[in-house]
Design a protein around this ligand. Structure first.
Ligand SMILES: Cc1cc2nc3c(=O)[nH]c(=O)nc-3n(C[C@H](O)[C@H](O)[C@H](O)COP(=O)(O)OP(=O)(O)OC[C@H]3O[C@@H](n4cnc5c(N)ncnc54)[C@H](O)[C@@H]3O)c2cc1C
Ligand code: SF4
Ligand code: SF4
Length: 570
């Protein structure tokens, strides 16, 4: 018997720290960690102690004998990682955990503002508030009336176990010396200078909600949308609630083949009765119930071994009830460039994924809906007179150059007719007023989390830090932000110890500038309302979408609490 890591792994590495035989890899200090699709348990070393199972925030770990049939492929997937010779030979003793011991300067209390409330912000808050021997006050500012960033507004509604990471963030929010200020946009409701005057340090964790453009003709035709919009719409993001998507055609095309592309394909093709059991926004459920889409074509620029989606996401798509995966056989065979690259890498996870794509696509179709995974195609134009009617592609071929596989446009063109195009080619961060910005990478320029004066400079902007997607760009899963936040907080604490952080107006409470904010009690009332409304419908929650409605629920709860308190005092 062994324990097995499965679909929901978000790479936060909580399991690594508790494993008595160090058999979960890659660990955060190993080179492959930053790009790993998930973590893997070595079946030959695991002693079945079960400690990792309790540590996992998203219930991703199971004993092999207890796996449901759709998770059985994970037994081999975990084992596959250790077939690669460079993944063996690790020491079977756990690395020593624990914080570096620091001498804190004097008794002054550290005051930190965190902008944003997604995973990066929440992990940074936890890291700060759990320091021993130092009192840290953390105030977190979020522009929306709901916290937790993409955990609420990005992670797909049928990935409820992944959304359980928010329970950890809620635990952090209950810590002493923590305050949450919702409905407060930094750069609009408050300025950076307002924060800089009141806090020793400001950490920006504002994510990357913009989308990248394809830069091809027809991109702005009605019926062509970014996947960012579609995801935010079905997840009930208030800024996108009023969007409409034409789901009346039989085929949709998703351009780009990362995990977000597979998420949107799955949501478009899922049985609506399955979606009814999730926390998908009601307005989306209504439109999806009337959808006539039967095929979603997901198109990637490169070959199957270079597919941007992860193997767990592929297995999740394959396990969706009522859909087949289809591939074009000539596109999923290993091409010459990949063959050259694979010399000495025969057991790589990339080749394993390519073999799995071919295998899943070769099954006999049985369902009425299908996800077609296409490769080696680059879009050149979105076509249509008044609205989207199709997409024109150029076929690519690949060569092996300087140790890498490179895609080039070849001659042959191809057209796919469709009624909906979703462009899923990446997210993009936005500049913050008053701070430097790296336009080409769309991040706050930083060195190890310290925001610097300009791209290429090592001169820090005193007291300003970044973490998460706005620090390193839009890549990595939820748990990746934990290590990222730790690096930033380590830099901040080093500056604190060195005496380089100051506050000019320590007695001016920010609360006076934002009397109308929504606080943690208000959010808890909304959260409770959503969960209660969901219960009789067997749904995790029914999301409130409109800001005014959320504020009304919070205000009603505050009035009821005040009345109850007055009653008990009478
Ligand atoms: C569609 C999608 C699906 C995903 N699914 C998964 C998954 O299943 N599993 C997984 O592990 N990872 C998943 N990820 C990745 C994961 O969501 C990210 O790694 C993570 O959310 C990035 O964290 P962040 O804190 O940097 O940004 P975000 O989560 O985007 O948080 C940023 C927060 O800052 C707020 N903000 C922005 N500007 C301001 C301002 N001026 N003032 C105040 N607040 C502001 C935003 O409203 C937001 O709440 C997914 C990502 C996407 C896009
Ligand atoms: S069951 Fe125990 S030995 Fe096996 S991976 Fe988990 S923590 Fe490690
Ligand atoms: S989510 Fe975290 S604790 Fe769970 S398996 Fe993945 S890395 Fe380990």
């Amino acid at each position: 018997m062994t324990y097995v890591i499965t679909q929901n792994c978000c790479n936060d590495a909580s399991c690594v720290a508790v494993c008595p035989v160090n058999c979960i890899h890659p660990t955060p200090d190993e080179p492959g960690y930053k790009t790993a699709e998930m973590l893997y348990i070595d079946p030959d070393v695991c002693i079945d102690c079960g400690a990792c199972l309790d540590a996992c925030p998203v219930s991703a770990i199971e004993p092999d004998f207890d796996l449901p049939s759709d998770l059985l492929p994970y037994i081999d997937l975990n084992a596959q990682y250790y077939r690669h010779p460079t993944h063996l030979g690790y020491p079977q003793v756990p690395a020593k955990a624990g914080r570096p011991s620091r001498e804190w300067p004097g008794s002054e209390q550290l005051r930190v503002a965190i902008v944003g409330s997604g995973p990066a912000a929440s992990y940074a808050a936890e890291e700060l508030l759990s320091q021993r021997g130092l009192t840290v006050h953390v105030d977190m500012f979020e522009r929306l009336t709901a916290p937790w960033g993409l955990v609420r507004f990005g992670v797909a509604p049928d990935h409820q176990e992944t959304k359980a990471t928010a329970d950890d963030f809620a635990r952090t929010a209950r810590r002493k010396n923590f305050r949450l200020f919702l409905d407060v946009e930094v750069g609009k409701t408050l300025t950076h200078d307002d924060l800089a005057a009141r806090y020793h340090a400001v950490i920006y964790a504002v994510g990357a909600m913009g989308d990248r453009q394809l830069g091809i003709p027809g991109e702005d035709l009605p019926g062509s949308h970014s996947a960012t919009e579609f995801v935010a719409w079905y997840n009930g993001h208030p800024d996108y609630a009023d969007r409409t998507f034409d789901l009346s055609g039989e085929r949709a095309v998703v351009i780009g083949n990362g995990n977000v592309a597979l998420d949107v394909a799955r949501v478009l093709l899922s049985d609506v009765d399955d979606l009814r059991r999730t926390d998908i926004a009601d307005h989306a459920l209504e439109q999806l119930a009337a959808s006539r889409i039967r095929e979603v074509v997901v198109v990637g620029r490169r070959g199957p071994a270079q597919a941007a989606f992860t193997t767990p996401e592929l297995l999740g798509l394959a396990g969706t009830t009522g859909l087949d995966i289809q591939v074009a056989p000539d596109e999923v065979s290993i091409d010459e460039a990949t063959r050259q690259w694979s010399v000495g890498r025969e057991e790589s996870m990339a080749l394993y994924k390519a073999r799995m794509i071919a295998e899943l696509g070769s099954a006999t179709p049985t369902a009425s809906r299908r996800a077609s995974l296409r490769f080696l195609l680059s879009p050149t134009e979105i076509i249509g007179d008044e609205r989207v009617e199709g997409v024109r592609f150029m076929r690519n071929s690949q060569t092996f150059e300087d140790g890498a596989v490179v895609a080039h446009a070849a001659e042959r063109a191809e057209e796919l007719s469709c009624g909906l195009v979703l462009r899923s080619v990446g997210y993009r961060g936005a500049a913050m007023p008053g701070l430097p910005f790296d336009e080409s990478r769309a991040v706050l320029p930083n060195v190890g989390g310290r925001v610097v004066q300009a791209v290429g400079s090592h001169e820090p902007v005193n007291g300003v830090y970044a973490t998460g997607w706005i620090k390193r760009g839009p890549s990595g899963v939820i748990g990746t932000n934990k290590q990222c936040a730790k690096e930033t907080v380590d830099a901040l604490l080093e500056d604190w110890v060195n005496g380089s952080l100051f506050v000019s107006a320590p007695d001016r409470d920010v609360i006076d500038l934002i009397p109308d904010h929504l606080d943690l009690a208000g959010w808890n009332a909304i959260d409770d309302h959503e969960r209660r409304t969901g219960r009789p419908l067997s749904r995790p929650r029914v999301k409130l979408v409109k800001r005014a409605e959320m504020l009304r629920v919070a205000a009603a709860a505050a009035t009821a609490a005040a009345a109850a308190a007055a009653g008990s005092n009478a």
